[in-house]
Ligand binder design. Structure first.
Ligand code: NAD
Length: 266
């Protein structure tokens, strides 16, 4: 029998993480590196991607390359994809980059009547269309590895509607486009899982709210509504992505793992 330790290892595999400089990306990169994976870290050009790559290489000794790319632009994605196909090696794809609730976009984190169609389109392009484009274009690499794995990063808001009581009296909001893009990403996960099987497994995780200095009133209500009694930390997601990326989950595809402290169980 293969040891669990061996099943977990990612040595000799290469993982692409989009949105690598974000809160979650920053913990996923060293998580995969600790398990032995080489990395392609992708984010926008205004992020400290080079520094992150240097930190991960220094700590874990894996090969890390950096790709600056604005995923909102199809032409820029095409360039990225051409380069990746030429490099010719990819085992794991993590679609993590997104416009999130706190992204300071116009017509985004505002009341329903003020949410703009232009921003809706931009969010769908980054959060959903870019993931479709990367999955479709990188099939040739992922399917020849014998253990290709895609992990899409969803959200509780791709699964459930917002509880507006949490936001009352705060300036925080929850854009419709965010929910719709994440719901689409979760369904894309199931569609791809049957389409890309058996060569590539496709799964999602759906995080609950991560503690990021939100206003006290919101945090208190959120915690009271969460069976495990707290908001998430970035570390809460490391085990799940390690599981889904590795042979630990060799018979798991098309699943959405809600990592939300029980928020959606009620
Ligand atoms: N933070 C939460 O509470 C929470 C909850 C549920 C789901 N999520 C999901 O987890 C994932 C990571 O979220 P996070 O909290 O780390 O967000 P974050 O904002 O800290 O990181 C997102 C990263 O994506 C990058 N990005 C955004 N637009 C991009 C573009 N056009 N091209 C390339 N890169 C782009 C950003 O530069 C950033 O580094 C997202 O998919 C998010 O929707 C987060």
């Amino acid at each position: 029998m293969t040891t669990l330790n061996a099943l977990m290892k990612l040595n000799g595999r290469r993982a692409l993480i989009t949105g690598a400089c974000g809160g979650l990306g920053r913990v996923m990169a060293p998580t995969f590196a600790e398990l032995g994976a080489d990395l392609v870290l992708l984010d926008r050009s205004d992020t400290p991607l080079v520094e992150l790559a240097a930190e991960v290489t220094a700590e874990w000794g894996v090969d890390v390359v950096v790709r600056h790319c604005d995923l909102e632009s199809q032409a820029t994605r095409d360039e990225l994809i051409a380069g990746l196909l030429q490099e010719g090696r990819l085992d794991i794809l993590i679609n993590n980059a997104a416009f999130v609730g706190t992204s300071g976009l116009q017509g985004w984190g505002v009341p329903f009547a003020e949410q703009s169609i232009e921003t809706w389109r931009r969010a769908l392009e980054v959060n959903l269309t870019a993931a479709f484009h990367l999955c479709q274009s990188l099939v040739p690499l992922l399917q020849v590895t014998g253990h290709g794995s895609i992990i899409n990063i969803g959200s509780i808001y791709g699964e459930y509607g917002p509880d507006w009581g949490l936001y009352k009296g705060t300036s925080m909001s929850n854009p419709a486009a965010y929910s719709a893009s994440k719901g689409g990403l979760l369904q894309l996960t199931r569609w791809l899982a049957t389409t890309m099987a058996p060569a590539v497994r496709v799964n999602a995780i759906s995080p609950g709210g991560i503690a990021r200095g939100q206003v006290q009133a919101f945090v208190e209500r959120y915690e009271a509504r969460t069976p495990l009694g707290r908001m998430a930390t970035e570390d809460d997601f490391r085990g799940a992505v390690a599981f889904l990326a590795s042979d630990m989950s060799a018979y798991v595809t098309g699943q959405n793992l809600l990592i939300d402290g029980g928020w959606g169980v009620w």
